[in-house]
Design a protein around this ligand. Structure first.
Ligand code: KMH
Ligand code: ZN
Length: 284
């Protein structure tokens, strides 16, 4: 049964877009917090965070990650989800150390995928380590799915190693990465159908990269799924029209969600949905 509302995650920065190419990209802590506030005001409940250093390049600097979590908690009500994916060049130990910053959630990609001309490496043993460390620390994962088979890998992971913190399983289909699944309705339906092999109550969101943004958004809503939008995934609002701000993308997603009669969830509703702050396993 589809959720009564829509969970909207904003992914405002990512690790791939250069500030020099896209001046509206939030890269400083002040820019990130200002973006987070604007996005919360127009319907975001979760923020998926990659941080940038003083040189505007992606970094997994532990001090900056901790400072970012604190600032977002102090100044917004958003659920703070740190990326453990980082950039394709980041080492496994640095990606695992992201969890030391104590976010509410963290991403956990369910397999290796070609990523344009690069490789986004996620070895099985690394995934298991991420999954276990998150559970030990009460950090709720968002399992990132770049290809259909990664859902099967997730089913196997949960079968062997148990449910995550909070007991709820939430996945995000990242669609349209060159090297991963396409951002099409057919691919979304295939993934949404495969969710039935995961524990009962599993929820899914989807995001489409670049020009796949709108088709994936519409397909996810119609399939009962949730949404991720943001400048990590697209910097073009419409053909030939650059994105002005992350809030512009969140506002559009919220409007579509309302039209679909599934209005945006508040951060509090999202916490209940995702099992954040839950003290016991919710279901078997
Ligand atoms: N930047 C990509 C290589 C995640 O945040 O977990 C990985 C990524 C996924 O963005
Ligand atoms: Zn990311």
């Amino acid at each position: 049964m589809p959720s009564a509302g829509t969970l909207i995650t904003v992914a405002p920065t990512g690790a791939e877009v250069a500030k020099a190419d896209v001046p509206a990209l939030p890269v400083t802590l002040d820019e990130l917090v200002a973006t987070a506030k604007e996005c919360e005001a127009v319907g975001a409940a979760v923020i998926h965070v990659h941080v940038r250093g003083a040189d505007t390049k992606p970094t997994l600097d532990p001090g900056l990650l901790r400072e970012t979590v604190v600032a977002l908690r102090e100044q917004t009500g958003l659920i703070v989800q740190l990326s453990t994916g980082g950039a394709v060049t980041d080492a496994e130990d640095a990606r695992l150390a992201v969890l030391d910053a104590g976010p509410d959630m963290a991403s956990c990609t369910m397999g290796t995928v070609n990523f344009g001309e690069d490789v986004f490496m996620n070895r099985p043993a690394f995934i298991v380590e991420l999954h276990k460390r998150m559970r030990d620390r009460g950090i709720v994962p968002e399992y990132e799915i770049f290809d259909l088979g990664q859902l099967t890998s997730l089913a196997r992971l949960l079968d062997k190693h148990g449910l995550p913190a909070g007991g709820h399983v939430h996945v995000d289909f990242v669609m349209g990465v060159p090297g991963g699944m396409p951002g099409t309705t057919e691919a979304l339906v295939a993934c949404a159908s495969a969710v039935r092999d995961l524990p009962p109550g599993t929820t899914f969101a989807a995001t489409g990269i670049g020009r796949a943004t709108l088709p994936v958004l519409l397909a996810s809503l119609s399939a009962g799924g949730h949404l991720r939008v943001g400048m990590e995934d697209t910097v073009t609002y419409a053909k030939g029209q650059p994105v002005e701000s992350n809030a512009q993308l969140v506002a559009r997603a919220s409007a579509f969600a309302r039209l679909a009669q599934r209005p945006p969830y508040s951060a509090e509703q999202a916490r209940a949905l995702l099992g954040i702050g839950a003290t016991m396993i919710k279901k078997g």
